[in-house]
Design a protein around this ligand. Structure first.
Ligand code: ACO
Length: 374
């Protein structure tokens, strides 16, 4: 890092990658060459997962087989549910981090870093993370866990395990689009964590556990939960402008706004906003979407900041009846397929990631023995 660094590794190129192309000039995101918005509109979550890991879109037969394989791996290992019940009450995101880490104990060869072994492992982890998140949440609420249903798609099953009921095809498809939008986004903080851990030739569980720990906080994936808390506090569109102006006057951040890369708006937001409106209309709860629009207008006028993907996912998930505590675990359960693609890529052409700092501390001090110090 040069002494002129803006900090936060801003604009620093850390590695080459063939996974995700963020172009802030054209305001587009491509996954292995395909527009992310097209993938969200036309692909299933499973199809995007396949594209990320196998570097090309699957044939119909490959997709059917892959979808079934993921569905077959949704069960939490025997015995783990009892352990989940014994953990003192914590957030679902902390639970998810703990139990993904614990999955290593159920793997007979967790340190095998071959591509085949890594693919088997990321398939299991991606398949089971929604079950862990939904189960941990329901147990924390003293509700019965809902068994995964292998006949449902990844997205339908996830909603079914959270809500304990079926939802309309249009709602589950809207939810699936949000999962695709969340699935991969270049070298964001959590993906960087996963790559750093992998670069030491550590195991996949450690890399994904670290990524979950990085994602959970408010400046990254935790922003969707914080955004919903803001909407709940605002309560009504008519309160939004005053509330936000006060917040900004106190120099506080509006969660779900701003982005390190996109200074002219997050290209994923347009579709997420549309999804939020559709879900709001179908569920008769457009109020939350309308509050968002007011907040967007005020933050734009006051700070010239735009909403990122996390902002409109909050009202969308709220209207689906998803508890706030699950928003970031949902993000993690989707982003795991992007983390996994980066872990595979890192293993396939690895070099230890070991950056430098510019030293700004004291130098050449004379050591004073303890008995002579005041
Ligand atoms: N609300 C109010 N002001 C903001 C916000 C915000 N959400 N975001 C940035 N700013 C302001 C800062 O206060 C700062 O102003 P100043 O120069 O007057 O001090 C200026 O914009 C630059 O902010 P930085 O923190 O330097 O920008 P950076 O690129 O490091 O931050 C980040 C990006 C962390 C996303 C930031 O915009 C933020 O905190 N947003 C809120 C959290 C959030 O939504 N995170 C989700 C990220 S996207 C995702 O994970 C899907």
């Amino acid at each position: 890092m040069s002494s002129k660094s803006k900090g936060g590794l801003e604009d620093v190129i850390v590695t080459s990658s063939a996974i995700c192309n963020l172009n802030e000039k054209t305001n587009t995101v491509e996954i292995r060459g395909y527009d992310l918005l097209d993938l969200a509109k036309y692909s299933s979550f499973e199809e995007v997962c396949y594209l990320l890991w196998y570097k090309r879109l699957p044939s119909a037969k490959e997709l059917t087989e892959f979808t079934q394989t993921l569905a077959n791996h949704r069960q939490i290992p025997t015995g783990m549910i009892e352990l989940i019940k014994r953990l003192p009450k914590t957030s679902t995101m902390d639970s998810l981090r703990t139990w993904v880490s614990a999955l290593a104990a159920y793997d007979s060869e967790p340190n095998n870093t071959s591509t085949e072994a890594t693919l088997r492992r990321i398939t299991k982890i991606t398949a089971v993370m929604p079950t862990i998140a939904a189960t941990a949440y329901r147990i924390s609420q003293r509700q019965e866990a809902v068994q995964p249903d292998p006949c449902l798609s990844h997205a339908q099953n996830f909603l079914h395990m959270i809500l304990g009921k079926e939802v309309s095809t249009s709602l589950s498809r809207a939810f699936e689009k949000s999962l695709v939008l969340y699935s991969e986004h270049e070298l964001n903080a959590s993906t960087f964590s996963a790559r750093v851990i992998t670069s030491t030739l550590s195991d996949v569980y450690s890399a994904i556990t670290a990524a979950i720990g990085t994602l959970k906080a408010p400046l990254h994936g935790g922003a969707n939960e914080e955004a919903m808390k803001l909407l709940l506090a605002i309560e009504s569109p008519k309160n939004a402008e005053k509330y936000v102006r006060l917040l900004l006057a106190e120099k506080r951040r509006v969660m779900g706004f701003g982005h390190r890369i996109y200074k002219l708006g997050d290209p994923r937001t347009k579709l997420m906003k549309q999804i939020s409106e559709e879900i709001g209309e179908e569920t008769g709860q457009l109020r939350w979407h309308k509050i968002c629009e007011q907040v967007e207008e005020t933050v734009g006028a006051e700070k010239k900041l735009f909403p990122n993907l996390d902002f409109y996912s909050a009202p969308a998930y709220y209207c689906l009846g998803i508890p706030t505590d699950l928003y970031t675990p949902i993000f993690a359960s989707s982003r795991v397929c992007g983390w996994s693609a980066h872990i595979l890529e890192q293993f396939q052409s690895n070099r230890l990631i070991r950056p430098r700092t510019t030293y700004v501390g004291p130098s050449g001090l004379t050591y004073v023995p303890l008995c002579e110090r005041h």
